[in-house]
Ligand binder design. Structure first.
Ligand code: SF4
Ligand code: SF4
Length: 540
């Protein structure tokens, strides 16, 4: 199926914010090319044991649903209302104050009122009211209730797959209503009748088949790590080791597969390898746990649990003390918000203590998993790394707080601390676009595919405008982030809205600056770009 042509930036920026002429319940959903994602394939659904595997696409008239699809959804809704108290509260609590209305990047970028978080939630609440509240049963539309019809189901699909579950809107809600949780429930219900998107379901299926989203076999993982070790040797003169599936080491290192298979994530992975070599860390990569990302988060709670369990099963098999995690986004949301309830506590592991500094990571007492930014910031703070920030002088850097480490973990200072020690030129974006108010890349939660490109560029537009501002003011040319999805999606976003700004992981910057024992005089950075001052024609 051919992808839609994405409008040019000057066409796309002409956004109409007027509401449609018809009331929202009567405004039909149009599957416009470029604004939706392909359906999950029968093969992937079958691999995961999900219901109703078949060939279909969202614009089809007939979605080939099970005959009793309505009963399945309503029973699924009843079960979830009983099981998740927060979900029931979110269905009842909203006072429609509108504080969240203009906080969603998809609403800002599209002007579509159904992308306002308050109205996105109403898509589900209206059905909840109709079947589960006395007023809705009795007064129907007057009470904001409506029947569950095939058109409503299609509307759910369109708008719950136009939410990146970024949770920005919840920061502004006086009641703490978490739209991401509502979207997750909407997606779970859609899954019950076989309606998912392939960009979510295929990576999840691959993860069970080969250990990672991209479906790379163990030999491929080994080859990629060896290529990177060769590149490191070429740039630095230092040959780093590649511990893989090693039993009895101190630490299992888990990172998103995008870090070892896709640029610019590969440079971040080289950064981890150089750091671990330099400090003599006793660790291992794993081909079984070769994925930090967890696309269960975009499918169902059951799938989150199944995928997260892989990491801990591997930690147990290898007999490590604790787990160190790379620059991933939603892996950390799963770890910090769901792990304990779903798979924890991981009592067979030890409370993490840095073998280099002796720092005890008490915040990871239960999960036994430490974020690489915490680990590295602690090394710097204890004077364990020799850094030459001038090696990053070709770059004016800004930092994008990836939604999940920022809003789910509160990990604000550690990446900034690392960047400020690794670079001489760091500039923050506007205050209301960073830290807990950070703006989404527009391509998370499985939406970072090519067929959905127009919606991605719309959703990412607010973030891109904040980057553009610091580019114009400070000459920023590097956008750092700590998430593999961000590294992929922000690259397309920058090419579209802010050409000239490239994307990097924090540990790529760190490794550029890292002075390693026995290294040769470096002439280039990890990408092979000449260091400033090392090439005659280099200017900033
Ligand atoms: S901010 Fe909260 S209470 Fe107000 S409309 Fe949005 S979800 Fe409802
Ligand atoms: S995409 Fe983010 S801001 Fe928009 S509704 Fe979803 S969770 Fe809220």
């Amino acid at each position: 199926m051919a992808s839609a042509k994405t409008p040019k930036p000057d066409e796309l920026i002409a956004i109409r914010y007027e509401p449609p002429e018809t009331p929202w319940m009567e405004t039909p959903t149009v599957f416009r090319p470029g604004t939706w994602s392909y359906s999950g394939t029968a093969k992937s659904l079958t691999a995961l044991g999900l219901p109703n595997p078949r060939a279909w696409q969202p614009p089809d008239e007939d979605w080939k649903l099970p005959a009793n699809w309505k009963g399945i959804i309503l029973e699924g809704l009843r079960e979830r209302l009983e099981k998740y108290r927060s979900f029931r509260l979110f269905m009842d609590l909203c006072v429609r104050c509108g504080a969240c209305a203009d906080k969603c990047h998809f609403y800002i970028g599209s002007g579509d009122p159904k992308n306002m978080p308050v109205l996105r939630a109403e898509l589900l609440r209206s059905v909840y009211r109709r079947y589960f509240t006395a007023s809705g049963k009795r007064f129907g539309k007057l009470a904001g209730a409506r029947d569950l019809t095939i058109d409503v189901l299609k509307e759910w699909f369109y708008y719950f797959y136009q939410c990146t579950e970024c949770r920005r809107c919840s920061v502004f809600c006086p009641y703490g209503i978490d739209q991401a949780e509502i979207t997750m429930m909407g997606r779970e219900l859609l899954n019950l009748v076989g309606c998912n998107i392939n960009w979510v379901i295929e990576p999840a299926a691959n993860c069970f088949r080969t250990g990672n989203h991209l479906g790379i076999q163990p030999g491929g993982v080994k080859d990629m790590l060896e290529f990177m070790a060769d590149d490191i040797a070429d740039r630095t003169g230092v040959r780093v080791e590649i511990p893989l599936n090693k039993k009895g080491v101190d630490i299992l290192f888990v990172t998103p597969s995008g870090d070892y298979f896709a640029d610019p994530g590969t440079y971040t992975c080289m950064g981890y390898m150089m750091l671990f070599h330099e400090i003599g860390l006793n660790y291992t990569f794993s081909t079984y746990a070769s994925e930090g990302g967890n696309f269960g988060l975009f499918t169902s709670h059951e799938m989150i649990k199944r995928l997260n369990a892989k990491i801990y099963a591997e930690a147990k098999r290898l007999g490590v003390k604790w787990i160190l995690g790379g620059e991933c986004g939603h892996m950390w949301r799963v770890l910090h918000q769901y792990m304990d309830t779903m798979n924890g506590p991981a009592d067979f592991l030890e409370e993490p203590v840095s073998p280099i500094t002796g720092t005890r990571f008490e915040n990871a007492r239960s999960t036994k998993m430490v974020h690489i930014a915490e680990f590295t910031a602690d090394l710097i703070r204890n004077g364990k790394l020799k850094l030459d920030p001038s090696r990053n002088d070709a770059y004016r850097v800004t930092f994008h707080d990836s939604c999940n480490p920022a809003r789910a973990m509160g990990l604000f200072e550690e990446p900034r601390y690392i960047i400020s020690h690794a670079c001489n030129h760091f500039h923050e974006m506007a205050e209301d676009t960073i830290r807990e108010k950070t703006l989404c890349c527009g391509g998370g939660a499985g939406l970072g595919n090519d067929e959905n490109m127009e919606m991605r560029m719309r959703g990412g537009m607010p973030r891109a405008m904040a980057v553009k501002q610091v580019k114009e003011k400070h000459g920023v040319n590097r956008l750092a982030c700590m998430c593999a999805i961000d590294r992929a999606t922000l690259t397309s976003l920058m090419d579209y809205w802010v050409p000239g700004v490239t994307v990097t992981g924090v540990h790529e910057l760190l490794a550029n600056a890292l002075v390693m024992k026995g290294e040769k005089e470096r002439a280039t950075d990890l990408r092979g770009e000449p260091l400033q001052g090392k090439a005659a024609d280099e200017t900033l």
